[in-house]
Design a protein around this ligand. Sequence first.
Ligand code: ADP
Ligand code: SF4
Ligand code: MG
Length: 375
Amino acid sequence: MSDPILEVRNLHVHFDTYDGTAEVINGVDFTLDEGETAALVGETGCGKSVTVKSVMGLVPEATIPEGEIIYKGQNVLDLSDAERHARRGREMSMIMQDPMTSLNPVLTVGEQMTDVLKWQGQPRMSVTSWVRDKLDRGSDAEYRERAVEMLSDVEISAPERVFESYPAELSGGMRQRVLIAIALLSEPDLLIADEPGTALDVTTEAKVLDLLDELVEERNTSVLYITHDLGVAREVSDRINVMYAGEIVEQAPTADLFADPQHPYTRGLLDSIPSLSTGIGDGIAGHLPDYTDAPEACRFADRCPHAQPECREAYPYPRETGDDHNVACHLFEGRPAHDRHADLAADPVDIGVPPWEASDASSESDAVADGGSHS
Ligand SMILES: Nc1ncnc2c1ncn2[C@@H]1O[C@H](COP(=O)(O)OP(=O)(O)O)[C@@H](O)[C@H]1O
Ligand code: SF4
Ligand SMILES: [Mg+2]
């Protein structure tokens, strides 16, 4: 097994709002190994972007009361702003959710790409030095060549023309390719793709995903892929982390998660993809809790078809239910998934076994009983 490039441990992220403190991210743990693609999956508003922006150091308005974000063995929360800034681009890059707002509308694609090549890993520059640099364009030929090459790598057919274009002159699919090109330009070791297909139609999205896959494969880049769609996560990732209301409720290698989905939320997500339906329930009614007043125990209890009174009293800490498979739900037993919850094993909450397993078991024993009565 390769070394982890990124380990997020017990991450908590809060925002001060007019309604009080929004405790959005509530003890998130996940690991991304070198060269691996891991997905973070959950419905809109569950905290995916806040999590990855925290990794990138892009939520200055948030407080992080607890947790560690360990990149290549070092907790980046211990670094100064300048040190984190220097890592962005050179070490880690992010493709943002919305290509229109993450490109600068007043600069051409070429100017933005040249800036990345020139300034990655450099300390923040002053406006005057940036303007002075813009006036001195003599040394840009080399950057231009690399940028144009990268545009053609992301299969933009007229890279020279796109290099000269402003973002508003390009289609959505083209802008998303430009963002991928910009993110890959500095050859980052870690690429975070935050719903890179959302602004695109299905066909273009599939093409962009294939392309991204190919490019990261070639460069052995580690990828954290954010999506609200388990079907997309299945296509692109080696491991899946399912997130609900700022917590990881289930994590497993992709094949295992689909072979044996356990958390009621994961099963509900699968039911919303008709071809992957578990046949239990019809998706998930209801909505995410208010983060300024989130339930103390299971955050999913209001929407869970299997909720018991205990689920509203005792917090469902994640447990290891199989090899590398963790689930945070009282329906499952197992060793606590994280050392900090080690004392839990002595005091499990018993709400019975998952109803779908109970009905599997009883239909099997019925079959045996039937078989017996006929012989
Ligand atoms: N700067 C902020 N101030 C207050 N709340 C925020 C801020 N940024 C995000 N949130 C809240 O955090 C929650 C999770 O948001 P987000 O991470 O964007 O969800 P996702 O990416 O999963 O759709 C949302 O309820 C959102 O309103
Ligand atoms: S802990 Fe209870 S409410 Fe929460 S997901 Fe499990 S069964 Fe449902
Ligand atoms: Mg988001």
